[in-house]
Write a protein that binds this ligand. Structure first.
Ligand SMILES: O=C(O)c1cccc(C(=O)CC[C@H]2O[C@@H](n3cnc4c(=O)[nH]cnc43)[C@H](O)[C@@H]2O)c1
Length: 233
C-alpha cells in the first residue's frame, strides 16, 4: 500500500509489481502463488537481451496507460554457488551484476565500466531485500547475470573469485534491471536454485524442486510488498 498526498488528504493505492521470468514454467509457478492484486507476471524469454526487451515493453505500456509499475522483480530458477546456495534454496539479490559484460585481455577480464561504458551492477532497495530475506528465508547475496551458463569448475571458481559475495548465477537479472533503471523503477531479483554452478550436468537439474521453492517464496512475498513504501529506498 502506498500513501499519497493529494488535495489536502492522504489516499492509499496498491503497489504495482511486474515480475519478469524467462520461461512459461517459471511464470506459472510465480503466478500461481503470488497473491498481490494488480501484479503482472510475464515470461520474457531466456537471456539478458530478451529480458530487457520484454521488461521495457511492459513498463512502457503500463506508463502509457497511466498505471506505471512501482517495482520490477526478476524471478526464476538459477545455478547456486556451493556450499552457500544449495539446490532447492532461495536467493534474493542484494546486488545484480553482469559478470561477463566486458572484454577479455591478455591480463584478464575487464568489465565494461573499466572500458568507460555503462554499468555492470544494480542494487535493489536494501531494506526491502532484508524484509524479503526474513519473510521467505531467502539468502541475500549477489546474483550474477551471465550469457553463457557456467559448465566447468574453473569458470565457477573464476566467477566466485571475482565476485566473493555471489550466491547464484542466472541469465536475465541484469537485463531486467537495466530496463527498470531506464524507467527509474526499483528492481529485485528472487531466484530458486535448480543446480550447482559448475561442471555441466543438465540431467541433474532439479527444476521441479526449484519451481516449488520459487512458488513457496512468492507465496510469502505479498504481505511484504503490500506494506512497502516505494519512496523508502
Ligand atoms: O525444462 C523445463 O521444464 C524448464 C522449466 C523451467 C526453466 C527451465 C530453464 O531451462 C530455464 C533457463 C533459465 O534458468 C536459469 N538458470 C538455471 N540454472 C542456471 C545456471 O546454472 N546458470 C545460468 N542460468 C541458469 C537461467 O536464468 C535461464 O533463463 C526449464
Amino acid at each position: 500500500m502506498v500513501l499519497q498526498a493529494g488535495k489536502g488528504q492522504l489516499t492509499t493505492s496498491v503497489v504495482r509489481v511486474l515480475v519478469a521470468t524467462a520461461v512459461p514454467a517459471e511464470r506459472d509457478a510465480v503466478a500461481g502463488a503470488f497473491a498481490l492484486p494488480g501484479a503482472e507476471v510475464i515470461a520474457a524469454g531466456v537471456g539478458p537481451a530478451l529480458a530487457a526487451a520484454g521488461t521495457a515493453t511492459a513498463l512502457t505500456r503500463a506508463a502509457l496507460e497511466g498505471a506505471p509499475y512501482d517495482l520490477v522483480v526478476s524471478a526464476g530458477i538459477a545455478g547456486g554457488f556451493a556450499p552457500d546456495a544449495p539446490v532447492g534454496s532461495l536467493v534474493v539479490a542484494d546486488e545484480i551484476t553482469a559478470a561477463d559484460l566486458g572484454a577479455e585481455t591478455p591480463d584478464g577480464f575487464l568489465p565494461v565500466t573499466e572500458l568507460g561504458f555503462g554499468t555492470v551492477t544494480h542494487r535493489p532497495p536494501e531494506a526491502l531485500v532484508r524484509e524479503i530475506a526474513a519473510a521467505t528465508a531467502a539468502r541475500p547475496g549477489a546474483v550474477l547475470t551471465v550469457s553463457t551458463v557456467t559448465g566447468t569448475a574453473v569458470r565457477a571458481a573464476w566467477l566466485r573469485e571475482r565476485h566473493p559475495t555471489a550466491l547464484a548465477e542466472a541469465m536475465e537479472g541484469f537485463g531486467v534491471a537495466e530496463a527498470a533503471g531506464a524507467h527509474r523503477t526499483p528492481v529485485l531479483e528472487l531466484r530458486a536454485i535448480s543446480n550447482p554452478v559448475g561442471p555441466r550436468d543438465r540431467a541433474a537439474w532439479r527444476i521441479g524442486d526449484a519451481l516449488a521453492a520459487l512458488a513457496d517464496g512468492f507465496g510469502k512475498l505479498a504481505p511484504v510488498l503490500e506494506s512497502w513504501n516505494p519512496h523508502d529506498q
